[in-house]
Design a protein around this ligand. Sequence first.
Ligand SMILES: C[S@@+](CC[C@H](N)C(=O)[O-])C[C@H]1O[C@@H](n2cnc3c(N)ncnc32)[C@H](O)[C@@H]1O
Length: 198
Amino acid sequence: MKNYDRYRDMTAQDYDKKTLMSWFCSVPANRKILPLLSEIKNKKILDVGLGTGFYTRSLLKNNEIVGLDRNIHLCKLPVRLYEGDATEITKLLKNEKFDLVISMWMTDYLNPDKLSTFFAESKKVLKPSGKLMTTIISRYGFGFVYIHLARTVRKIDKYNYNKTEITEKLKQAGFTSIEIINLTTWLKVPCAYLTIAE
Ligand SMILES: C[S@@+](CC[C@H](N)C(=O)[O-])C[C@H]1O[C@@H](n2cnc3c(N)ncnc32)[C@H](O)[C@@H]1O
């Protein structure tokens, strides 16, 4: 099965070509995500799995951003970058603390144990009232089809979760206030969730 390594030989230009996933899920989801990000100002933010930095770009003007990714060659933006895994944030960032950790369209690469570790690691680098904002592919609708095709046809090791699984994992990681926003395709078919946890 392939994993994040599949981006290793990809250029930023190749990466930014629109895929089935982006047309049906992330593009419509951005109608909910981008207005929320535009309200964020004067924060220190960690973008985990930032890729070419689509979301970082929208936050960069008004905030300080640090990026972490397995494939930092994809990002050409003027931000401090760390090459490493979402499950090893504290190892890479030592004692640094953030107001917000964001991770968009990355958690589908994490199996259940790794997702728990990523949540726990995020909590550790957040300031006391800091928030984690992340997308999670749904077990239902287009989310189900997307992950099924990724695993069976494209042979990519990907995962989706339901709201109960996400909530339990976030609570175990120490988050107490959890908001889960439904993200859908253009035709309102479920595809993912946006979770905001504090
Ligand atoms: C689909 S891209 C999303 C990029 C960006 N967040 C966006 O929405 O445009 C997934 C990114 O997550 C990174 N990634 C995947 N698994 C990772 C992991 N375990 N740790 C860190 N980065 C990872 C990949 O290298 C890739 O850059």
